[in-house]
Write a new protein. Structure first.
Length: 248
């Protein structure tokens, strides 16, 4: 079987400046794609990531975008498509996350999470759809194990990711046969930006995970690459990247 290649293709990754988004963007570029990334506040990090992509011999641009704004999304998609002469891949990665008791969640907190985690991907998909249909491309949403399992301290996040999982399957039916739509749902993913309390929680999760470790950004990026460069016939799938944590 030929190795995966994205040569000649272009991608748009939301929230691509740091963490998972950065790894996904770099993975797509290393596999041959030109990659545009969006950011909301992390300009310096976004420009640095775009520079890393260019150092791999690919074209890149960092686009400021507020996923809560329909006009900002429309402008961002237009910039990316114009720069690359079209789009083949959309990765809806950007998300917000916070911790708090369910009975103390405010309407503002709930709306912020849903605007970014569920409505944002819908609007991004809608705006990129003409380009993706023309290229017979794909959409890859970044969901979460929290969209499949109830985490009471993160109820708004879990609900938003469950909505994104269902949106994935609805879009897979609606956008076929030209566009495939799938979702990668990570479990606990290691990060260099954890607090001491989060590090302790990470150790507990690793101990419970059948694979005896937490996931890495590379694990998630490789799953995204499978959907981006693998069989176009695969659509509507939710792929857990959790080391078996969801089985516990």
């Amino acid at each position: 079987m030929e190795s995966l290649s994205l040569a000649g293709k272009s991608a748009l990754v939301t929230g691509g400046a740091r963490r998972l988004g950065r790894s996904i963007a770099l993975g797509l570029a290393a596999t041959g794609a030109d990659v545009a990334i969006t950011f909301r506040t992390s300009r310096a990090a976004a420009e640095a990531t775009a520079g890393e992509i260019c150092s791999l011999g690919r074209r890149s641009l960092a686009i400021e975008c507020d996923l809560r704004s329909e006009s900002s999304i429309r402008s961002s998609v237009s910039l990316a498509a114009e720069a690359f002469g079209g789009l083949h891949i959309l990765v809806n990665n950007a998300a917000v996350f916070h911790t708090g008791p369910l009975d103390q969640l405010t309407v503002a907190q709930w709306d912020e999470v849903f605007e970014t985690n569920a409505r944002g991907p819908f609007l991004m998909a809608r705006e990129t759809l003409p380009h993706l249909r023309a290229s017979e491309g794909c959409i890859i949403n970044i969901g979460s194990l929290g969209g499949l399992r109830a985490w009471p301290g993160h109820a708004d996040y879990c609900a938003s990711k469950a909505a994104l999982h269902m949106l994935t399957q609805a879009m897979a039916r609606a956008f076929a046969p030209q566009v495939s739509v799938n979702c990668v749902a990570p479990g606990w993913i290691e990060s260099d930006e954890l607090s001491e309390q989060e590090k302790a929680a990470a150790a507990r999760f690793a101990g419970r995970t059948p694979m005896r470790r937490n996931g890495s950004a590379l694990d998630v990026a490789q799953a995204v690459l499978f959907f981006a460069a693998g069989p176009h016939f695969i659509t509507g799938q939710i792929l857990c990247v959790d080391g078996g944590l969801g089985l516990v």
